[in-house]
Design a protein around this ligand. Sequence first.
Ligand code: C2E
Ligand code: MG
Ligand code: MG
Ligand code: MG
Length: 278
Amino acid sequence: QAKAAGRNTQRLFDPSMQAALLARSSLEADLRLGLERGELFVQYQPVVNHRGQILGAEALARWRHPERGMISPADFIPLAEQTGLILPLGRHVLRTACLQLVEWADDPQAAHLSVAVNVSARQFRQPGFVAEVLEILAETGANPRRLKVELTESMLLGDLECTIDRMEQLQHEGVGFALDDFGTGYSSLSYLKRLPLDQVKIDQSFVRDVLTDPNDAAIVRTILALAQSLDLVAVAEGVETTGQMGFLRLHGCEQFQGYLFGRPGSAQALQALLHAQP
Ligand code: C2E
Ligand code: MG
Ligand code: MG
Ligand code: MG
């Protein structure tokens, strides 16, 4: 027993673990503060059709830390989910994206654009989620038909009836839904059929080597066939080359997102892309 206690003590004071805990708690404190101080902002990445015409953009959260510089969402989104800070953060991103929609609505060249907002499972499951989205739409005056909510397959692990009910309430107002990172999670095909989805987004991990890896090519073709038979629009993520684009088009992909068409950038940068296209 003494030995076990000794081990525990040792573990508690393991310097690398302590450092990790400290780093995490200070990053959490910084994130809380950063949200208050307006260090978090939104970038927009174009989503295009098979001709490369911009249909809309995905809103992506960014954090410019005063000392550490840019911190990747891959680092701060999981932290925000664990700590509950995803609720104020998610609200901020949604509100910013809706305000952007309103701005675009005033520009004849941008009025057709839609915006996609990522919503994490924790955010979607909070009891007030539907009311919050409706409130933000009403307050900003954004057109719900131009808003797309991106959910991930982790949503399917919880109460499916509740998920469907929430999606339907928002869909009733015109909000669309995309299943993000498709193929990386747990989705069962029967679930997929039951959800009121408009789009599936093919994860970039399958797109990356689609021309060289026969397994990835098979997965992408299967997802595209599935999307077609379920009447869902397929959006490919992480498209970086015309070769990838060609493969995806050939197999029926309708929408594309990736560095080939534009990196995430400011709303002005997106506007510039829009005005530059033929
Ligand atoms: P995601 O929703 O799948 O977003 C697409 C990610 O792919 C973005 O990474 C984007 O910058 C990146 N990407 C786009 N095109 C390319 C390409 O051609 N090549 C490569 N290598 N990457 C490309 P980002 O911005 O780092 O975001 C990472 C993830 O963080 C997102 O993945 C999303 O899951 C999450 N995230 C970002 N913003 C939010 C947010 O506001 N709320 C929530 N809940 N999650 C967010
Ligand atoms: Mg997304
Ligand atoms: Mg994705
Ligand atoms: Mg992803």
